[in-house]
Design a protein around this ligand. Structure first.
Ligand code: ATP
Length: 311
């Protein structure tokens, strides 16, 4: 019986990490209690998950219409392209449909009409598990497991070496913080351990994603205001994870989008403006109004209601 104990215990811990990871994924995308209706194709196309094994992906939304309920369309024909390795930022008032775009990329739902293409193929041609393995998400609010901070990073790619974990933590600007903890990487965090601040948790999530090395990155920026120092550290961490990687940013602070290759201003389920920061400011439209409001310190959050009124 004793001989059976170790393998059973091992299986138990695998089961619990799989269950945790599903809960984490669902939680980060706000999907708990929702039914998922998408089905895998009979003959799925292969897709490499890691950037290490393949170049960055291209992403295209082609006239996408979608709603959660039949009687309410949320996206009314959204089109945009993210070339391999580039960054597209989506800004717009609350309820515009920004997070909906990231859920569709993950294929948590199918579009009503139009297409979502990754590497030139419809997301419906891939197996869901493969698609999700190829996409990394840095969510607004990361769920930390009741485990060590090292495990919380390693979970991005179970089996990573200590050196790889530390390298990811350094890139994510969280290594020095971890070293200042009483037990370093072995410090327990989460509900039953040390509580981390929003900025620290987000950098752990970034380190986790650097380790996962996905070909497509979705950053769902935290809405909470950050102090200048934290903001700078997060910016540097985001720079490290998005470099050379196809990135879609759901942006709440305009400081993140200034360097994006293209900014989409989404309002009322439609892309109202698109372009680079300087062009959009010069155009004097919606984006320029958001920028002026943020600059004047009226609203640090580009999703604020005041912007909705200008639409
Ligand atoms: P925010 O900046 O506030 O996060 P957002 O632009 O990301 O907003 P979405 O979360 O994409 O907006 O929501 C777009 C619209 O879809 C909203 O009106 C929202 O109420 C609705 N919605 C979002 N999720 C669901 C759902 N699971 N079921 C029904 N309606 C939903």
């Amino acid at each position: 019986l004793l001989q059976l104990y170790a393998p059973l215990n091992f299986l138990g811990s695998i089961y619990s990490s799989i269950r945790n990871s599903l809960v984490d994924l669902e939680h980060m995308l706000g999907l708990l209690d929702e039914t998922v209706e998408v089905v895998d194709p009979a003959h799925p196309l292969p897709i490499a998950a890691r950037l290490h094994d393949a170049p960055p992906v291209s992403v295209e939304f082609r006239d996408v219409h979608f709603g959660y309920r039949r009687d309410r369309e949320i996206l009314h024909g959204v089109s945009f392209t993210v070339p391999p390795g580039k960054m597209v930022a989506i800004v717009g008032p609350t309820g515009a449909g920004k997070s909906t775009i990231s859920r569709l990329l993950f294929r948590f739902y199918d579009t009503w009409s139009g297409q979502i293409l990754i590497d030139g193929h419809d997301v419906r041609d891939y197996r869901q598990a493969d698609l999700r393995a190829a996409i990394g998400v840095v969510p607004q609010d990361t769920v930390l497991f009741n485990d060590t901070i090292g495990y919380n990073i390693a979970y991005g790619r179970l089996g990573a070496t200590e050196a790889e974990i530390e390298h990811a933590a350094r890139l994510a600007q969280v290594h020095d913080f971890i070293m200042s903890l009483p037990e370093g990487y072995a410090t327990r965090v989460g509900e039953r351990g040390l509580k981390l601040s929003g900025g620290e948790k987000q950098r752990v999530a970034i380190a986790r994603t650097i380790l996962k090395d996905p070909r497509l990155l979705i950053l769902d920026e935290a809405t909470s205001a950050l102090d200048t120092h934290t903001e700078r550290e997060i910016q540097a961490a985001l720079g490290a994870v998005s470099a050379e990687r196809t990135t879609v940013v759901i942006a709440h602070r305009l400081s993140t989008v200034v360097d994006a290759d293209e900014i989409l201003v989404l309002a009322g389920g439609l892309v109202r403006e698109r372009g680079r920061h300087a062009d959009l400011v010069a155009r004097g439209g919606l984006y320029a109004a958001m920028w002026a409001a943020q600059d004047a310190g009226q609203t640090p959050d580009v999703t604020a209601e005041s912007v909705a009124h200008t639409v």
